[in-house]
Design a protein around this ligand. Structure first.
Ligand SMILES: [Zn+2]
Length: 310
């Protein structure tokens, strides 16, 4: 995306090019318009409040000093070593990823494991890491909202309402297509909006069956079948559909519905990154901060090729 350059900051009311402070000192002499990491976290909290995260989740700052200035932010789905390298090479002082690097307890971050190497590379390069995970899923403009929007859904509502949020916040979304279409055509639309990955898109259901009401959940959504059925969706788009939940959902189907569309976990969440980058850029610009924001170009989908009978 285009760098966000807002020019004069709120803190530079005299137009001198440096922030005005009571003592006349500058907070960050070499980067006068850069927010601190701590200030940037406030903007993140405004968009994706940590209170929206699921109980089991670990969101927030993983590495970094709140007092450090941030001039470049990169968004990515996964904090893999390749993604971290990309952020470091671009000069990002902050990497925001959807998935947590450390979700389970650790007793060592020695650089003898991949996660230890990641922590070392981040700290040694001065790159902060922030997780926006299920809070980014649940929020308005979150992962499933962006997916619903990209598919052209209207009258969109959450599949499950957020415990600590607004009625329009929560996990998954359900909405209506503007007109009835066939499952085959709708699957092609799903395929068309997602970044290209090896696994493609898998569909369960009658290709000529008609669909209008669509449920979506970016990332792994096979725990939401009850909510999907309750929503009367004709088709459910999500990722990581395992054999048993998918098979049982098909057995429970009424008139073949809901049909299932299984997409790449990475691809379903990647769509959110440009939208998130744009939203954060707008909030920071409103606050008078000058930050460049980019979306990672690394494909962190773990699959590289696929063999099919066709
Ligand atoms: Zn995910």
């Amino acid at each position: 995306m285009e760098p966000v350059n807002t020019g004069v900051t709120d803190a530079d009311r005299d137009g001198s090019g440096t922030p005005d402070t009571a003592s006349g000192e500058t907070a960050a002499p070499d980067k006068p318009d850069a927010p601190t990491l701590g200030q940037l976290l406030l903007a993140v909290e405004e968009l994706w409040p940590e209170s929206l995260a699921e109980n089991w989740d670990e969101v927030g700052l993983v590495a970094g000093r709140p007092a450090s200035p941030v001039t470049r932010v990169m968004f990515a789905v996964d904090p893999t070593l390749e993604v971290i390298e990309e952020a470091v090479e671009w000069g990002a002082e902050l990497l925001i990823t959807h998935h947590p690097l450390l979700l389970k307890g650790v007793t060592s971050v020695a650089a003898t494991s991949a996660k230890g190497k990641a922590i070392h590379r981040l700290i040694e390069s001065g790159t902060a890491l922030l997780t926006v995970h299920t809070n980014g899923d649940s929020a308005v403009g979150g992962v499933s909202d962006v997916l619903a929007d990209a598919l052209g859904l209207e009258d969109v509502a959450p599949l499950t309402a957020a415990t600590n949020g607004l009625p329009e916040e929560g996990i998954g979304r359900v909405g209506e297509l503007s007109e009835v279409t066939s499952l085959g055509e709708f699957a092609a639309r799903v395929f068309g909006i997602l970044p290209s990955v090896a696994g493609g898109v898998r569909v369960s259901g009658d290709k000529d069956g008609l669909v209008r009401r669509v449920a979506v959940c970016g990332g792994a959504g096979d725990s939401l079948f009850n909510e999907v059925r309750a929503s009367n969706a004709d088709v459910y788009v999500t990722a990581d559909l395992r054999h048993h939940p998918a098979s049982e959902a098909r057995e429970e189907a009424v008139n073949g519905r809901p049909y299932l569309i299984d997409v790449s976990h990475f691809a379903s969440e990647w769509l959110w990154l440009p939208a998130a980058a744009s939203a954060l850029g707008n909030v920071l610009a409103d606050q008078g901060h000058d930050v460049e924001i980019q979306v990672s170009t690394t494909n962190s989908d773990p699959w590289d090729f696929i063999l099919t009978p066709g």
